[in-house]
Design a protein around this ligand. Structure first.
Ligand code: SAH
Length: 353
């Protein structure tokens, strides 16, 4: 299989050009073209011999859009094929201030949270930095975007399938490459990384000095109940997670966010809201409430919109900054891992897994 050209950082591409006797400015040209989403045959600003050399050794774009679905609310979901035939998904959401792309970082996931579709079949494999980057570049080109001020993708959230900190090195390389000024150049301030709370890796991330927005999936203020919803809670306690968040804030000066999926009868009572207030009061954080997108295999139920607003009101009254995330893309299998799952169900004969 050819190597994925998008796996190269700008410095690695420069090194490659030098190693094959090309002028180093070619690295800049090729890096820009790759980040525009071009194939080598479309790179008419470089000599044909170089195009052919690159084409012989690399695939220009590591992922290919094989399906796109548009929701009535404008949300668009992409299914990508990777070079080895695996599929992953990302979601493009339109907001007033521009588009946000939610990317996957692993094929499947081994965290197996009780509400989530991504973990149903476990982890298949990690994605490489170039494959994650490929999602951004393909979606940006598809949406008619280019580089710099012509970019269509303004924000990136690492909240698709997979646990980004379980694929730490490739995730960090992705963040560095996607924010490299020679390429598509999405500012790290516009990148949010969501984790289920892999505490040691949260410390590592704080020390990278990348200052991405840190989001932690909390889903319960009680360790014992959290273990039922998220198996990873058996390894790391809420106290340890809060300490790691405080360290992240010390290092980066960035307020952190807790995600809280409201599951009817599990974590959405007044008792939960009161405990959350106690836990988070005075911390530089925000709570993002999410109404459950029901995944049929999981059997959990979401509450009503009214219940969600009541929960939010209790938090706000208790001095906690909290908002309810708009439900988007419900008609197109919006929740994490749902579209890939449907796709695999529909195509059992492909033997992708
Ligand atoms: N592994 C990371 C990132 C992927 S999940 C993490 O755990 O944070 C990102 C978020 O997607 C989770 O916090 C959860 O809030 C949301 N999510 C996953 N499945 C969902 C569902 N069925 N309904 C609503 N939100 C869901």
């Amino acid at each position: 299989m050819k190597k994925n050209a998008l796996d190269m950082s700008f410095d690695e591409l420069k090194f490659y050009m030098e190693s094959v006797g090309e002028k180093s400015f070619r690295a800049g040209q090729v890096f820009k073209s790759l980040h525009r989403g071009l194939d080598f045959s479309e790179m008419t600003d470089i000599p044909k011999t170089l195009r052919e050399r690159l084409d012989g050794e690399f695939a220009a774009q590591g992922v290919k859009i094989i399906k796109s679905l548009k929701s009535v609310d404008g949300t668009e979901k992409f299914l990508f094929a990777l070079a080895d035939g695996n599929v992953v998904e990302s979601v493009l959401m339109q907001y007033k201030y521009g588009a946000t792309l939610c990317v996957s970082t692993q094929v499947g996931c081994r965290m197996n949270c009780a509400f989530c579709a991504s973990g149903l079949n476990g982890l298949v494999r990690n994605m490489s930095s170039g494959e994650i980057l490929g999602e951004v570049i393909a979606a940006n080109r598809y949406a008619g975007g280019d580089l710099a001020d012509k970019r269509k993708i303004i924000n990136i959230v690492l909240m698709g399938s997979g646990e980004p900190l379980d694929n730490y090195d490739q995730t960090v390389k992705f963040i560095k490459t996607v924010s490299c000024k020679e390429g598509i150049n999405v500012s790290v301030r516009n990148i949010s990384l969501s984790t289920c709370g892999l505490v040691p890796k949260m410390y590592d991330l704080a020390r990278e000095n990348l200052a991405v927005n840190l989001t932690v999936s909390l889903h319960s203020p009680f360790d014992e109940e959290r273990k039922r919803i998220m198996p990873v809670a058996k390894t790391y306690s809420i106290r340890e997670i809060l300490d790691a968040c405080a360290y992240y804030f010390d290092k980066t000066g960035r307020r952190y966010i807790f995600e809280y999926v409201l599951i009817s009868g599990e974590n959405d009572s007044a008792r939960h809201a009161e405990a959350l207030i106690k836990l988070l009061k005075g911390r530089p954080c925000h709570v993002n409430l999410i109404r459950l997108n029901e995944v049929k295999e999981r059997g959990l139920k979401g509450g009503t919109e009214k219940d969600a607003y009541r929960f939010m009101g209790t938090l706000n009254d208790g001095g906690i900054s909290a908002t309810l995330r708009r439900k988007m893309g419900e008609d197109i299998n919006g929740a994490c891992g749902q579209l890939r799952r449907r796709y695999l169900e529909e195509q059992p004969e492909t033997g992708i897994e």
